[in-house]
Write a protein that binds this ligand. Structure first.
Ligand code: 5GP
Length: 204
């Protein structure tokens, strides 16, 4: 008999340029059973992004219709665009016992805190300095100068939320940061509230 840990939500926020996407991809590569919550956004695709992979790209009218139809578990306006998490995707993952990563901003994360209680782990990732965030965004080369300036301005506000998260990762070197993220992932799966009972498992 196998003792299965229930599905868990990993809510991950970070200012742009902190390396969150790379770290999440590393985790999902090592643990392929982890799902990624594909958000809806009104932002235009960037670089090689594909509809249905990184995001579902939709227009503002459609987004607003989806808000009124209560499709979203949470939604927020970030850097001038709308972003939202599909309620259905999260419910499906949890019903199937699957772990799922939600890469969302602090406004969205705060909307979920009451709803998720013991079901979720909140992780905040940042770069060691604001200068480092900026140079990573410039190096990425996918954002216009004014977008970078806006993202840096917002970074200052986003970092203020860090105390509302369970864990903080300072992404100075990606191998160390990955190790930290992996350790958090694994430890959180061992929480007693991940299990309904161990009576059957232990043949008691
Ligand atoms: P980007 O445009 O760089 O992909 O994402 C910008 C910001 O929007 C990031 O902070 C990202 O975490 C956040 N974001 C992405 N999807 C969602 C979502 O569904 N809800 C919320 N609240 N934020 C999101």
């Amino acid at each position: 008999m196998v003792l299965n840990s229930k599905g868990r939500l990993y809510i991950i926020s970070a200012p742009s340029g902190a390396g969150k996407t790379t770290l999440c991809n590393m985790l999902m590569k090592k643990y392929p059973a982890i799902q990624y919550s594909i958000s809806y956004t009104t932002r235009a695709p960037r670089g090689n992004e594909q509809n249905g992979k990184e995001y579902f790209f939709i227009d503002e009218d459609k987004f607003k219709t989806m808000i009124s139809e209560e499709i979203f578990l949470e939604w927020a306006q970030v850097h001038g665009n709308y972003y939202g998490t599909s309620k259905q995707q999260i419910e499906n993952a949890l019903n199937n016992g699957t772990d799922i990563i939600l890469d969302i901003d602090p406004q969205g994360a705060m909307q979920l805190k009451e709803k998720t209680k013991n079901l979720a782990t909140y992780i905040f990732i940042t770069a060691p300095s604001i200068g480092e965030l900026k140079s990573r965004l410039i190096k990425r080369g996918t954002d216009k100068d004014e977008h970078i300036a806006l993202r840096i301005e917002n970074a200052k506000k986003e970092v203020e939320y860090f105390k509302n998260y369970d864990y903080l990762i300072i992404n100075d070197a990606s191998d160390t940061a990955f190790e930290q993220l992996e350790n958090i992932y694994l430890a959180e799966k061992l929480r007693t509230n991940q299990y309904d009972n161990i009576i059957d498992f232990m043949n008691i």
